[in-house]
Ligand binder design. Structure first.
Ligand code: FAD
Length: 439
């Protein structure tokens, strides 16, 4: 017999939308809380930036999306659809393999329409507290639609946290930077290159965002310097050169006179520093009496990045892993959560789940991986997806997905940014032929 429970889904981005769909399919009673007025989460571009360009001021108004105006996807279209709802080209849309951000938002809006998620969603309603009580979970929310401001509480059997993790910037620690007089910002607040016209700019970090904006700024700036600390999972990344872009190791210090000194003793005077140094996991509304903690971006303990063993299955986290194809992974996690809640799938015992988590932590420790990489799947991505698929009774995901993903990562660093335009259907057909892959 299938069990139907009342579930609060927090957030209507990729993870929340697909969680709501899967929970609804399993006949659960679903309410989605979304603080914005629209679905899309990160994909809802906001030209506004935060009042503090480094996002350190605790009183600032938080802007959720980190998208910059020119952003095109960093994954090809086939990896950005759901397993049973592909990201298809549409008439009058952006037909490119790596489309603009507006195209992703259009796709998510279409998904929400198609599966009736808007009807389940309380827009402009921010969850301010989630607390465990005897009967379940109290969700306290503040509704701001129509200019109002009303707080209400409601009890749910279960809560799925889908609130995103690219919102609170992590800023680099550099000796001497606190006295530096130049302009500093986090890429969370970067939108367009014009403010950097004619400047010498340093970007700290090399991920997809730094990759894009270093090249965009290079078109208007005098010089762009990218400071790279290769993490152990990014060995072998090839750094190609632009005429006014230079790559450097980490910054050793900033002298009192403003001179920036890199570890290789190269020195420069810069006008601006942009921190492209990732984000902090922060779930301010969640109160679990210390059961779930966040330590250096490790949200834990979480079995398979989803369930805290002692609160499972009544509290879950969807979309916490990063730098992987978020759409299908969130979808598989959501299917798993929905079916566990309906009683069709049974979780291992609390002890077994804890043991699995400890094994993961031990592996990380033995391999010198800091806690902040806990939810970075890296080379485990394939096994993780297959494991989830098996749990929910789906066949293993097609091989082309992994091939496309690793080819994408390789291309990203090797083809000077232009690979996005070269990569059309013919391009991928040729890769498949070379690698003998079957799509
Ligand atoms: P989000 O998209 O962040 O959605 C979370 C939602 O929760 C938001 O709508 C927010 O308003 C809501 N929310 C948060 N707190 C509350 C609260 N207290 N109450 C109510 N609502 C709340 N992924 C790719 O697959 N391809 C790409 O090309 C790609 N490019 C990216 C580029 C950038 C610059 C960034 C930052 C990320 C990129 N990503 C990309 C990853 C991206 O984060 C995921 O695609 C996806 O948006 C994650 O969805 P999510 O639902 O988990 O989180």
């Amino acid at each position: 017999m299938s069990r139907s429970v009342k579930v609060a889904v927090i957030g209507a981005g990729v993870s929340g939308l697909v969680a709501a769909r899967e929970l609804k399919r399993e006949a659960h009673n679903v309410v989605v809380f979304e603080k914005s007025s629209r679905v899309g989460g990160t994909w809802l571009y906001n030209p506004k930036t935060e009042s503090d360009p480094l996002s350190l001021d605790p009183t600032r108004e938080i802007v959720h999306s980190s998208l910059y105006r020119s952003l095109r996807t960093n994954l090809p279209r086939p990896l950005m659809g759901f397993l049973d709802y592909p990201f298809r080209r549409v008439e009058r849309g952006d037909p490119r393999t790596f489309p603009c951000h507006e195209e992703v938002l259009r796709f998510l809006e279409e998904f929400a329409d198609e599966f009736g998620i808007n009807e389940l969603t309380r827009f402009e309603t921010e969850v301010v507290k989630v607390k465990k009580v005897e009967e379940g979970w109290v969700v306290e929310s503040r509704a701001s639609y129509g200019g109002g401001d009303s707080v209400s509480q409601e009890v749910f059997d279960s809560v799925a946290v889908c609130s995103g993790h690219n919102v609170v910037p992590r800023v680099a620690e550099v000796s001497g930077i606190e006295n530096w007089r130049g302009f500093q910002m986090h890429c969370h607040n970067y939108r367009v290159p014009q403010p950097f016209q004619g400047q010498v700019v340093i970007l700290i970090g090399l991920g997809p965002t730094s990759f894009d904006i270093s090249r965009e700024i290079a078109l208007v700036a005098k010089e762009v310097h990218v400071s790279v600390k290769l993490n152990p999972l990014m060995k072998g990344v090839k750094l190609e050169d632009f005429s006014n872009v230079r790559f450097h190791p980490t910054i050793k210090c900033i002298n009192e006179d403003g001179l920036v000194v890199f570890e290789d003793e190269v020195t420069i005077y810069a006008d601006s520093i942009i921190h492209c140094t990732g984000y902090k996991n922060q779930i301010a509304f969640l109160e679990t009496n210390g059961v779930v903690t966040i330590d250096d971006n490790r949200v834990g303990p979480l079995y398979k990045h989803v369930f805290p063993p002692t609160l499972a299955p009544w509290l879950s986290f969807i979309g916490l892993t990063y730098l992987d194809p978020v759409f299908p992974i969130a979808e598989l996690q959501a299917k798993w959560v929905a079916r566990i809640l309906s009683g069709k799938i049974v979780l291992p015992t609390e002890e077994e789940m804890m043991k699995s988590i400890q094994q993961h932590y031990q592996f990380m420790q033995e391999n010198g991986l800091p806690k902040r990489f806990t939810h970075f799947l890296g080379s485990f991505q394939r096994d993780y997806k297959h494991w989830l698929a098996e749990q929910v009774g789906l066949p293993p995901l097609e091989d082309w997905r992994d091939a496309m993903y690793s080819h994408n990562i390789k291309s990203f660093f090797e083809m000077n940014g232009g690979f996005r335009d070269e990569w059309n259907d013919h391009y991928w057909d040729a890769i498949i032929k070379t690698k003998q892959l079957h799509s």
